[in-house]
Design a protein around this ligand. Structure first.
Ligand code: SF4
Ligand code: SF4
Length: 234
């Protein structure tokens, strides 16, 4: 049976999710309407909750010409915390009667067209929630913290209020990440909504650089130079 819900109840749902997320360690929580996306891209759900954690400036500021082992550990720890917060929020939503799906912070799925993609794009959810835009680097750029964030997502039909999507890049004339990338993987295009990721950067060239140059740091899983050089959030 369809649940009837008034705006007061929607506000209360936003408040409950936001409060729980932040009390568990999220820096920010975003709410989005996914209905503009094709159904198979959103697993049939029409809303998303974005959970955002700001990375440590102390750790990121130690990155000079290459990533550090401390950054590699931090990256994995933050992903674990995101997954824990998602699970707790998911259980709370289901207790309220809203079946939901938590998308892991870092997980690639088998896709014949893109071997570096996840089950749902966290960045798309964050942009639709109005938290920021996609940079020339193809990273999500939070309006305050820049690319120094990690994200996870919960897909749901819970009837909370949603944010206003961001529809313009805030990169302006900046091209810092384009010149910082050691793999020349960043094309330098300004993002517009709906743009394919490969128009912004070459995910294969990026992955190869990480595997070849930084294997000794973290099995090639991290580089992050485009992130730490971005002036937004420094
Ligand atoms: S992570 Fe490194 S290799 Fe990949 S795009 Fe950014 S700077 Fe280039
Ligand atoms: S370094 Fe400059 S161009 Fe690249 S994502 Fe950041 S603001 Fe945008």
């Amino acid at each position: 049976m369809k649940k009837e819900i008034c705006s007061h109840q929607s506000d209360a749902l936003n408040h409950t999710i936001n409060h729980l997320g932040q009390s568990l360690g999220a820096t920010a929580v975003g709410f989005s309407d996914l209905s503009i996306l094709p159904e198979q891209k959103r697993m049939g759900f029409n809303r998303a909750i974005t959970i955002l954690i700001k990375l440590s400036n102390g750790i990121l500021n130690q990155i000079g010409e290459e990533p550090t082992q401390t950054y590699f550990s931090h990256y994995r720890s933050v992903n674990r915390l995101l997954d824990d917060i998602s699970l707790r929020l998911l259980l709370s939503l289901e207790a309220l009667g809203y079946p939901s799906v938590a998308i892991p912070a870092s997980q690639s799925v088998a896709d014949p067209n893109d071997s570096f993609t996840g089950a749902f794009s966290h960045k798309t959810g964050a942009v639709l929630a109005g938290l920021g835009w996609i940079g020339r680097s193809a990273l999500f750029i939070h309006q305050r913290y820049g690319p120094r964030v990690r994200l996870s997502t919960i897909l749901t039909n819970a009837p909370f209020n949603v944010g206003d999507p961001v529809t313009e890049s805030g990169c302006g004339s900046c091209r810092v990440c384009v010149t910082a990338c050691p793999a020349q993987a960043i094309e330098g295009q300004l993002w517009t909504p709906g743009m394919a990721r490969n128009q912004l950067y070459d995910a294969f060239a990026c992955s190869q650089q990480m595997k070849e140059a930084y294997q000794h740091i973290g099995r090639g899983a991290v580089c992050g130079l485009c992130m730490v050089r971005c002036p937004i959030g420094q």
